[in-house]
Structure formats: structure tokens, C-alpha cells
Design a protein around this ligand. Sequence first.
Ligand code: BTN
Length: 305
Amino acid sequence: MSGEDLSRRLRVTRSAVWKHIESLRDSGFEILAAPHHGYRYLASPDRVTADEVLSGLDTGVIGREVLTFDTVDSTNRHALDAGRDGTKEGLVVFAEGQTRGRGRLGRAWASPKAKGLYFSVLLRPSLEVKELPKITLASAVAVSEALAEACGVEALIRWPNDLLVKGKKLAGILTEMSAESDRILFLVIGIGLNVHDSGAALPQGSTSLEKATGRRWNRCELAVHILKKLDDCYSMLNEGRFREIALLWEKSSAISGRAVSAKTLNGEVRGTAMGIDGDGALWIRQNSGLQVKLLSGDVTLLRQS
Ligand code: BTN
């Protein structure tokens, strides 16, 4: 578009147009300027911005408010604080990098700057504490479906909510909550997805989207896809449609019918993963025939196939 058209449409002077173009370029936008022809927008910076996320979202709840940070200790920590301060559900907190990214079971989540997606969603579902696995599984389904639709990647789910590509971990989800007696007051779903090849070694047994597909992906577009799917799954849960989520989960399960070992707070359980029940709990049939119900833990496949 020519500078003249822009200045007419925006009702600013030609020099103001130029200044704005320069400031967009300073922020990393690629804009071509051809004398006598005008400007051509080429690409956005590889950065997750609230404006870009919000302009791609048409969701009911998730993304009502979007905050983006360059670096934080943990987006989960930030969203949990917001929950305590009474922030409405739907807030999404993104960071380009995290200094103390949290993983499940007290582990750390490597969060090198601009290499992955690191974000947390604050929700206030009317669920009982024992129903927390429903949200955990729904978020894994959302990420798996978004990756299939946006990137054509088959990411299988390892209970409860690790996303694996060819047996390697691509994404992890950490759900943290605040509760009063048996009711959830609010919860935070934290998602970490390895997007670009960072050059530095990924944690052992992990992969990135770039490694898995051989190309780079726009992190902002990916985030929008995931948030839309999360919003869909959240409304399914609120409508009492967990059964449908469970079916989607089973369809993408990396473990159903397989020999697994589960590390739980009460020790190790070995056997065949039978699938999840209506509460989102995993059932394992031990060799003795005894069936064990797991609400949390860490599952590994005993044999890769
Ligand atoms: C896992 O151990 O698999 C869960 C990893 C979850 C990491 C994400 S990154 C964004 C959010 N903020 C955190 O501190 N952790 C989660």
C-alpha cells in the first residue's frame, strides 16, 4: 500500500506513517519499503504478543485477558498469584522465557528464550477437587488436537498429560490449583511446548516441533490454535461432556493396552494400562489380575513398539 493511501486511511501525515513503520520494524516486523510503490508487510516478529493472540481468538472464556512477558520465573506462579488476587477466569500469561519453569512432580521445565511456548491459563471451574484429572486430561486432548490440526503432527498422550511424538516428549502440562474443602477455587493449566530447535541439547527423551517436522512454526499462531481448542474442551467440560473428552483422550492415548510402570506416592505399579474412567483416573491391571486405580503419578512404557 502506498504511503499516501496509508496516510489518507489513517488520517495522519506521511511522515507519521513513516515513523510508525520504523517503530514496527524496530519491534521486529519485516516491512518492505519501495520508493514510489509503498510498503509491503512481510512477516511478524517471532514473538508472542497480546495483540496478535487476541486478534486470532474468538473464544468464550479463555483469552479474556492476555499478558505477555519477556522473562518471568514461572507463568504458573504468575497466574496463581492473579487467581489469589481475584482475577477473572480466562486470563492467559505468556513468557518468552522462564527462569524457574516448573514441571510435574517438582521437576524443572527448561524454558530457553523464544524457543518454545510457555503459557498458563487461569480457570475457575465449578468442579470438586476429585474432578481435577478431568481438566488435566482435557488440556492434553486440546493440545494434541491443536497439533494435529495446525501442524499435521500425531502427538500421543502419555497419562496424564505428556504429549509424545515418536516416543519423545514434545510438550508437558502442569495443573496447579487452590481449593477450599472439596471445591476447586481456581486452577492454572501451564503448558510448555518445545517449538524450535534450540541448538542446546533438549532434556533427554525430549523433542521439538522443528525436530519432529523438519520446519519452523509460528509460535503465536500455534498458541492461538491451542487456546481455541482449550476453550472448546473447557466448554465441553462445563456442559458435563467429559465422556466425549475421555473418548478423544483414548483415541490419542500412547499407553492404553500397553505394559507400563507407574511411579506413585505409594510406590511402583506395573501392569497393563486399561484406560481412564469417568473421573479421569487411570486403571492398571497387574499381572496378578488385580486392578489398580491411579489419580496421579508418572507413567513409563515398559516396551517401546
Ligand atoms: C511437565 O513436567 O511435563 C509439565 C511441564 C509444564 C511446563 C509449563 S511451561 C509454562 C508453565 N509455567 C511453568 O512454570 N510450568 C508450565
